[in-house]
Design a protein around this ligand. Structure first.
Ligand code: SAM
Ligand code: DTB
Ligand code: SF4
Length: 327
């Protein structure tokens, strides 16, 4: 017997690109039937991007551990007793050597991270040399150094920085449960400084921190309502590190992660959505679904900042299996 074609398109109100997103709208999208949601996200992905291309960013921790902030997810906070050893700032030569390796492996962007609340002026001067020398290799540059004071974003821009990463991490009303040493407004303030200096914005968050679907909607609405929207949106799955307050966070089903990627793609159609931390704990099929649902960027390299990432060789094989190529 032949099947009868059916039209199955659960309705949601069309959303003009210029309008802001309400948390309710985002929550409705997150709750769509899974197949419908992934299909819609894949459709939108194709309108704005080549779905066979993935942007590759390699991370390096230029200063590790001993951070004065108390972020509940982070193994680098001095407030938590974790296995991460403190390390002073790397030299410019060490950073440039790592950038050369990243480039040889096929990365397009090199992201330098530091365990700081924000950079001291003397430390910033050292990072400016790193930025300009990495840029001179022909790589895009990204930095994530915490909160910036007036003038610091301009100095980074002047040295050749392309992107500044500063995550909102979770919904505004969940933030105080996770971080007590700064507030959401501080994060938004730095993002404003980054934008005003003419840098591209990399801003995303973490899921899997015992948040509700409504909280995830709150995070995506905040990101999507940044004007302009961030060029790059890292969606991290919490890496649970022993000694952090979130080490025993509950398991979030993989479908919720894919839903988060799909809705980020729908709400921010022109942004690169990065399938970020947590890939080592994710099977290949889940990652493939994330790419189908609109993820088009990954962290590429054997390590994130202090925790593991899939090996370069494994990632090259995965991309090849999925007929994805580097941007
Ligand atoms: N100290 C700077 C700051 O907080 O902005 C920059 C480095 S910080 C490690 C960069 C980002 O890494 C955080 O905003 C958070 O999104 C992410 N991150 C930290 N620990 C994580 C973890 N255990 N799992 C997933 N993402 C994490
Ligand atoms: C982002 O959103 N994720 C990266 C990068 N930006 C700096 C960091 C992930 C860190 C995961 C835990 C670690 O390796 O320390
Ligand atoms: Fe410090 Fe950044 Fe870790 Fe927070 S996330 S403890 S600011 S390194």
């Amino acid at each position: 017997m032949q099947a009868t074609p059916i039209a199955f398109r659960p309705q949601t109100t069309p959303h003009p690109e210029s309008a802001s997103w309400s948390v309710d709208e985002i929550e409705t999208l997150l709750g769509l039937p899974f197949m419908e949601l992934v299909f819609r996200a894949a459709e939108i992905h194709r309108q704005f991007f080549d779905p066979c291309k993935v942007q590759l960013s390699t991370l390096i921790s230029i200063k590790t551990g001993g951070c004065s902030e108390d972020c509940g997810y982070c193994p680098q906070s001095a407030h938590h007793d974790t296995p991460v050893p403190n390390q002073p700032m790397l030299t410019v030569d060490e950073v440039v050597a790592a950038a050369r390796v990243a480039k040889a492996n096929g990365a397009g962007r090199f992201c330098m991270g530091a365990a700081w609340r924000g950079p001291k002026d003397a430390d910033l001067q050292q990072t400016l040399r790193m930025v300009s020398e990495v840029k001179a290799l022909g790589l895009e540059t990204c930095a994530t150094f915490g909160m910036l004071r007036d003038g610091q974003a301009e100095q980074l821009k002047g040295a050749g920085l392309d992107y500044y990463n500063h995550n909102l991490d979770t919904a505004p009303d969940k933030y105080a449960d996770i971080v007590q040493t700064r507030d959401y407004e501080d994060r938004l303030d730095t993002l404003g400084k980054v934008r005003a200096a003419g840098l591209s914005v990399c801003c995303g968050g973490i899921v899997g921190m015992n948040e509700t679907r409504r909280d995830r909607a709150g995070l995506i609405a905040q990101l999507a309502n940044l004007d302009p929207q961030p060029e790059s949106v890292p969606i991290n799955q919490l890496v649970k590190v022993v000694g952090t307050p979130l080490a025993d966070a509950g398991v979030m089903d993989w479908t919720e992660f894919v839903r988060t990627i799909a809705v980020a793609r729908i709400a921010m159609p022109r942004s690169y959505v990065r399938l970020s931390a947590g890939r080592r704990e994710m099977d290949e099929a889940t990652q493939a679904l994330c790419f189908l649902a609109g993820a088009n960027s990954i962290f590429y390299g054997d390590k994130l900042l202090t925790t593991g990432n899939p090996d370069v060789v494994a990632d090259q094989a995965l991309l090849q299996k999925l007929d994805l190529s580097a941007l």
